[in-house]
Design a protein around this ligand. Structure first.
Ligand SMILES: [Fe+2]
Length: 303
């Protein structure tokens, strides 16, 4: 019998008729095969909401536990939908030159924070699927969620954890000033366009500095989340000792979400591929922190 399920429900031993969508990945673009290897199963699971057609007469069916997963996914989707609406309003106000207060993002932080306690893996995987017009909001939401999860794992004070969640939400606010055709450009960027992108931390910092009661942590993360520990980052080329723990932590969550996200034009990296690349990428990240991040994701069953 043919059955359509979500990619996250796929398990080893299922017979896959097809993975819906257009994929460049050799595994995902294959048709009619028995899923034999755990690594292939994990890769399919990473595709979050992609539909997969299985044949239950030739392989295993879904487990009964899928009902619980479906409920978690539904709850995560509802939280994300509500959060995106708040973010649209907050970002719109900032873009229009109106002021915001931290209280306006508080409901988002408390529901993301609760989701990180209840079902972190589900929440983070649902935010991975990003269409072009949602990308800024869902990236912000996902970075916020990862920062809450990771800073809690590191044992930081709960008040700091919540502030880092806010920092995750607002870290890319400077991108509001970059034209969408540059932000979404798929080909090579010219020098002017690269400069526009590189200006976003300072522009974001300037916007947030004008908001009443904005925490120093939020300002620091916004300005410094693209700094690298070898001093080759931007905008200020700070080196290891000059970059705060909060900004180093944000850099990891930011890049991790970017490379593991499903976009219409690219297949995502698996969590394992992303973490291996981050560890091998000498000089970019704080390696000790990346190792702790990998452990944190594995405890939360995200990787
Ligand atoms: Fe950024």
């Amino acid at each position: 019998m043919l059955k359509r399920i979500e990619a996250r429900q796929v398990r080893t031993g299922m017979f896959i008729e097809m993975v819906e969508g257009i994929w460049h990945d050799p595994l995902l673009s294959r048709r009619r095969f028995l899923l034999r290897h755990e690594s292939d199963t994990l890769k399919l699971n990473e595709c979050a909401d992609a539909g997969v057609v299985i044949n239950t007469t030739k392989g295993l069916d879904v487990r009964n536990t899928s009902r619980k997963i479906e409920i978690d996914v539904k709850a995560a989707r509802e939280t994300i939908q509500r959060s995106v609406e708040v973010l649209e309003d907050v970002f719109g106000r900032l873009q229009g030159g109106d002021g915001i207060t931290v209280d306006q993002v508080e409901p988002v932080i408390s529901s993301v924070s609760k989701s990180m306690d209840d079902h972190p893996a589900v929440f983070i995987s649902v935010t991975r699927l990003k269409s072009k017009d949602e990308v800024t909001f869902l990236h912000s939401l996902s970075v916020s969620a990862l920062m809450i999860l990771f800073s809690r794992h590191l044992g930081l004070d709960e008040e700091v954890v919540q502030t880092l969640g806010t920092a995750g939400l607002l870290h890319d606010v400077g991108k509001l000033e970059i034209p969408l055709e540059v932000l979404n450009k798929e080909g090579r960027l010219n020098e002017d366009e690269i400069q526009l992108i590189r200006d976003h931390p300072e522009k974001g910092h300037a916007i947030l500095s004008r908001q009443e009661g904005m925490s120093e942590i939020v300002l620091d993360v916004c300005l410094n989340h693209h700094e690298r520990i070898d001093g080759k980052g931007y905008p200020r080329k700070l080196s290891h000792g000059e970059i705060s723990l909060h900004a180093r932590l944000a850099a990891i969550c930011d890049v991790y979400d970017a490379v593991t996200s499903v976009r219409p034009y690219k297949a995502p990296w698996s969590a394992k591929e992303a973490l291996s690349w981050m560890l091998a990428n000498e000089g970019h990240f704080d390696r000790r922190l990346v190792k702790k991040f990998a452990l944190c994701l594995s405890i939360a069953s995200v990787s």
